[in-house]
Design a protein around this ligand. Sequence first.
Ligand code: PSU
Ligand code: MN
Length: 315
Amino acid sequence: MVTDLARSWLTFSPAVAAAKAAGRPLVALESTIIAHGMPYPENVRTAREVEALIRKLGAEPATIALIAGRIRIGLSDDELELLGRSDQVHKVSRRDLPAVLASGGLGATTVAGTMICAALAGIEVFVTGGIGGVHRGAQETFDISADLQELARTSVAVVCAGAKSILDIGLTLEYLETHGVPVLSCEQDNFAAFYTRDSGYRADFRLDDAADQARFIRTKWDLGLAGGVVLSTPVPEAAAMPSEEIDALTRQALAEATAQGVTGKAVTPFLLARIKALTGGRSLATNIALIKHNAEVGAKLALALADSVRGTDQA
Ligand code: PSU
Ligand code: MN
């Protein structure tokens, strides 16, 4: 349940507040991808382009971050620039949220962190690049992203290009099943693998049409089945990377992480940075293409979900 006290930590941007007042659907966007997922200036440029795309499709983008002791829902251009340039940005998941808010620091929210803030703000759809998951070797390290627990408990639909193969995708899907998180796929039967289209694992349900996706999600929440839904959509064919190349580089990055003793919240940023470097930056173009595609899928879903509320009211 969202309390007024929790809501008192939110500050909406003028654009998001206006859209909310007009009943225009909102789409949440994360900020870890800006601060820790992509290099400057491509990160800021991409963030702006993704926002523009969502607006063009009739929804309002709400990029979420922690700034000066407030949960900010919707950021100005200057604030996107600050997040993209600064090397003082905390990575904020559920555990870190109170620490960074209470100290007034600058925080970029992960999938888990963004889901929490989106739910507080009443936003049902959130677009990201790839979700966190069960890491390879988690049997030893216990390294399972807090994103998965958040999906189990917080009612937000997360649109993504699957999960990166730095993770154990099979175990990630098992974990989601255990916690009752449905994994939807559009445009193909299988769950996507971020840089490549096919993870080799089937998603739970294929729903290509936004209205069908919305009906599924609304039904879950109408029933009181709290928790998230994953909607996976593959990177556009022309921008996908060769899977043998990504597999080899992933193995190398994982070996380096182990050799250097990287642990905790540093693991994912380390692997992402190494893969970026090992591909000579080519993975960045793939990353940008997939996030834009996710934004289109997410904006259409947000419009369809808004319609499904109206439909319920009329019935
Ligand atoms: N996977 C990506 N790109 C990312 C992330 C994951 O392909 O930028 C970020 C997201 O913000 C995600 C977080 O929520 O990393 C997961 O971190 P961890 O594994 O420490 O939970
Ligand atoms: Mn981890």
